[in-house]
Design a protein around this ligand. Structure first.
Ligand code: NDP
Length: 256
């Protein structure tokens, strides 16, 4: 561990992330978080609804900017940790912020959710960034270690599945349309939440490749948050469409 590493803070923030994941999972078992199809519909608070594109760009931005600033502040891209941070973590959030955010056809998002997301992305961006830059060092042999290679493979496959599935969802709508249709194609033939499955695989791959507790805590958070939301989406489709494919599972092909 380097002298700048705040190990206690990393341990604390990571553990809180796991607890937050459990809290979100318990809360979402009944009601999805207030965005997307579960958004707050009260007309009296339309002034606090932020257009989807703007919301996704500003709420996800800290996950890209905070680690990028930490890399800049550290003044070095020499370590494997900072390279992993830049190319995997920042790469994901560059896409999520600028490309997903710009092209989304999703509806507006309540300001309270946007503020919560900004807080979360700042916290997680700092945690992952600080940990990889200041608290983690790798031997030269790490780049040929099975965990690193398999982790990177999982990350890339998960990211491809996530982006492909999000694109399939986007194409279900014309601009301005906010209705829901049965997703078809790709992994959606097997599961209702193909984009979530991709995202979960991605972050478990990242935690394997980095082999750090904060990355594992974030993967766990993602699985708890998106897993419970996937169950709600699945139920939503089954209730909304009588013709919804019976063999389709919620999150894990053929299993669940
Ligand atoms: P959803 O699958 O709920 O929605 C994705 C987009 O597709 C939204 O614009 C949504 O519109 C639209 N959409 C969804 N289903 C349909 C349908 N059946 N017919 C037409 N349009 C549809 O994903 P989220 O909004 O929850 O998440 C977006 C991305 O962010 C995902 O890639 C997800 O993996 C990621 N994410 C990651 C988290 C993490 O913990 N790492 C947490 C949350 C999200 P609308 O918004 O109007 O419903």
């Amino acid at each position: 561990m380097g002298s700048h590493c705040n190990g206690n803070a990393v341990l604390f923030l990571s553990s809180i992330l796991v607890l937050l994941g459990l809290f979100v999972w318990m809360r979402q078992r009944k009601q999805g978080f207030f965005y997307g199809r579960y958004r707050l519909e009260s007309s009296s608070d339309t002034w606090v609804q932020i257009p989807g594109k703007v919301a996704w760009i500003i709420q996800e931005l800290p996950s890209f900017v905070v680690p990028a600033l930490l890399i800049y502040q550290s003044g070095s891209l020499d370590t494997l940790g900072s390279k992993l941070l830049l190319f995997l973590f920042c790469g994901h959030y560059f896409h999520r912020t600028w490309i997903y955010g710009y092209f989304t056809r999703g509806g507006s998002v309540h300001i309270s959710f946007v503020l919560q997301s900004i807080l979360f992305c700042t916290w997680n961006g700092y945690l992952q960034g600080h940990n990889l830059i200041y608290c983690t060092s790798y031997d030269d042999s790490w780049t040929t270690d099975f965990r690193f290679l398999f982790g990177i493979l999982l990350f890339l496959m998960g990211m491809a599945a996530n982006i492909h599935s999000d694109n399939l969802l986007r194409k279900l709508r014309e601009p301005g349309d906010l209705s829901y249709k049965i997703p078809r194609g790709g992994l959606f033939e097997y599961i209702s939440a193909a984009n979530y499955f991709g995202e979960i695989v991605e972050w478990f791959g990242y935690s394997l490749a980095t082999w750090t507790y904060p990355a594992f805590a974030f993967a766990l958070f993602t699985a708890l948050c998106l897993g419970s939301r996937a169950v709600l989406h699945h139920r939503f489709y089954q209730q909304m469409f009588q013709e919804y494919p019976k063999s389709r599972k919620a999150l894990i092909p053929l299993l669940f």
